[in-house]
Design a protein around this ligand. Structure first.
Ligand code: G3P
Ligand code: MG
Length: 242
């Protein structure tokens, strides 16, 4: 029986402030198979790890990432909104997270958040960060809801795995994915239970499911032997699986 891999979604988002070094550190300590993170580009062209287009929800600051410099963003507290125990957390640059993961063999899913703001050259920047990280290229999976980004990244780096993110039941999505060189499907949990997943796996396309937090759904997807789940509670998922 093939084992469903467990990815810590935005780090250990359920127990730590999402997309912070503390959240990724926890995921490493738990022994997850992979981590997932989201990237945006600052006003001065730096890649930062944060989910939203603005800092409003997850820091004590306000404003759009694209209107703030990295130095400005570093002033904000990215932990207290979650718990006072994490008051020292900052929004990390992608390079800092990759540094933390150095000398691990954890899979790293970088989600390019270019579906709302079309950041110039974000794909080139992600590739440069991977190349400079010293990590093995085979550890990386690049995904996006913006499939133009997926296609652009694949052209730049055919050797690095790419995946399309989507939320619908699609007909033969592996054919669509293959058209742009993507080789995996990252699908929304409610549609992961349909025949689409089984067919995709049969066609050799790994199916990874976001975001799986109920124990019942974790078990069900593991029983279906889908490739991986993204979860905010990797500790629970590891316990259930192992
Ligand atoms: O990459 C899987 C998942 O993170 C996609 O949704 O909104 O949590 O980035 P979101
Ligand atoms: Mg994401």
């Amino acid at each position: 029986m093939s084992k469903t891999l467990i990815f810590a979604h935005r780090g250990s988002k359920g127990t730590h402030p999402e997309n912070t070094l503390a959240a990724f550190q926890k995921a490493i300590e738990l022994g997850v198979d992979g981590i997932e993170l989201d990237v945006h580009v600052t006003k001065d062209g730096e890649l930062v790890v944060i989910h939203d287009e603005t800092v409003d929800r997850t820091t004590n600051g306000t404003g759009r990432i694209c209107n703030l410099t990295l130095a400005e963003i570093k002033q904000f507290d990215a932990g207290s909104w979650f718990s006072p125990n994490f008051a020292d957390e900052k929004i990390p640059a992608l390079t800092e997270v990759l540094q933390l993961l150095k000398s691990t063999d954890i899979l790293i899913n970088i989600e390019i958040k270019s579906d709302i703001i079309a950041y110039e050259n974000i794909e080139e920047k992600v590739l440069a960060a991977i190349k400079n990280s010293g990590l093995n290229e085979s550890q990386f999976i690049i995904s996006s809801f913006n499939h133009y980004s997926v296609a652009r990244f694949k052209k730049l780096a055919p050797q690095i795995e790419t995946a399309i993110l989507f939320m619908e039941i699609l007909l033969d999505p592996w054919e669509y994915a293959a058209n742009m060189g993507a080789s995996a499907l990252h699908v929304y949990e409610p549609v992961a239970f349909t025949e689409m997943s089984k067919c995709a796996m049969k066609h050799g396309f790994p199916v990874r499911v976001f975001t799986v937090n109920s124990h019942e759904h974790m078990r069900a997807l593991m029983d279906l032997q889908l490739s991986a789940i993204f979860t905010d509670f990797p500790e629970d998922a590891l316990r259930i699986r192992d």
